[in-house]
Design a protein around this ligand. Structure first.
Ligand code: SF4
Length: 311
């Protein structure tokens, strides 16, 4: 078992994307942070130890994106071989298109709000480059609008709350406290064997909390790898410890926005697991070794490489 402390702890209910609820805030203050202080993180597993084992990448000539390291969608990692050795482009599914568009909604809406740019949903919708999205716009418009409106309301409410608490603060101060997020923050993962331009979904700079957004996905243990990977990269570049991570599961069903969250300690076990995944995948690409297919029944039917493996 990779982690056992809070494996099934998913927060449901009145959840506001990257803004913690009162219950989660208590969980952060009275469980996760004390655990992080008591148990701690080994110094060789902090991102700033990138120049020595086990974090130092064994291969200098291969760099991979974070999703290639963290995805465990294919049981044998053949998807990594096909994409980065055979250079086969995947065939994106409708779910991938929804994920792409909702990531865009969340990041653009939050950034526009933080920069006080008054953009409405319709004018944002006109800016989408549809050539990059493999789905009909009419299938994505309503879910996108729902998430945009949902987020706008939350941000306005947060700003109003902070304005009432700090009536003499400047607007810049209020925004920095009410929406304390680096969204789509660009960062280099090269020190850890990753691509030079990575993009964090969200980092809360007041709580030092790394978020990763998942769209229309059921929670999986391996989903924790991605925010832990970003925490390691953040530590390697900025030398700031990131002890707590959170996966945000976003979906729109029957016209309603659903959000669940998995908030957890970025422990030594998770960091080691991330390093193992990185090393395994770098090796596949560096050595050009086809890891082979699993039993066909283990391949998800919506795998973007299904056609290449079985037709
Ligand atoms: S079809 Fe199966 S073996 Fe091929 S990449 Fe997908 S999950 Fe892996």
């Amino acid at each position: 078992m990779i982690y056992k402390d809070n494996r099934n702890r998913l927060f449901n209910g009145w959840i506001r994307l990257y803004f913690l609820s009162d219950v989660e805030h208590k969980y952060l203050l009275y469980q996760l942070l004390p655990t992080a202080r008591d148990v701690g993180v080994s110094k060789e597993l902090r991102g700033w130890s990138w120049h020595q084992p086990p974090l130092k990448p064994y291969y200098d000539n291969v760099k991979l994106p974070m999703y290639a390291v963290c995805s465990k969608y294919c049981p044998t990692n053949r998807d990594v071989y096909l994409r980065y050795v055979e250079k086969i482009s995947p065939i994106p599914s409708g779910k991938v298109a929804l994920g792409k568009i909702l990531h865009g909604v969340v990041s653009d809406c939050l950034r526009a709000f933080a920069q006080r740019r008054n953009i409405d949903f319709e004018s944002w919708w006109q800016t989408i480059r549809w050539s990059e999205i493999n789905e009909k716009p009419e299938n994505l418009k309503e879910p996108s609008r729902k998430v945009w409106d949902f987020l706008q309301k939350i941000c306005e409410a947060r700003l109003a709350e902070f304005s009432s608490r700090q009536p003499y603060a400047s607007e810049l101060d209020l925004i920095a406290s009410a929406v304390p997020f680096l969204v789509e923050h660009k960062i280099s993962g090269e020190l850890l064997g990753l691509s030079g331009i990575l993009s964090l979904d969200c980092y809360d700079y007041l709580k030092a909390l790394m978020f990763d957004l998942k769209v229309a996905s059921e929670p999986q243990e391996w989903h924790r790898l991605s925010p832990v990977g970003y925490a390691l990269v953040f530590e390697s570049v900025h030398e700031v410890p990131v002890d707590v991570c959170c996966n945000v599961y976003l979906d729109v069903k029957d016209g309603k926005v659903f959000v669940r969250r998995d908030l957890f300690f970025a422990s030594d076990e998770l960091r080691q697991w991330w390093i193992e995944e990185r090393d395994r995948k770098l090796e596949i690409v560096a050595e050009g070794k086809d890891p082979g297919k699993p039993n066909r029944s283990q391949c998800p039917v919506d795998c973007m490489y299904f056609k290449f493996c079985y037709e």
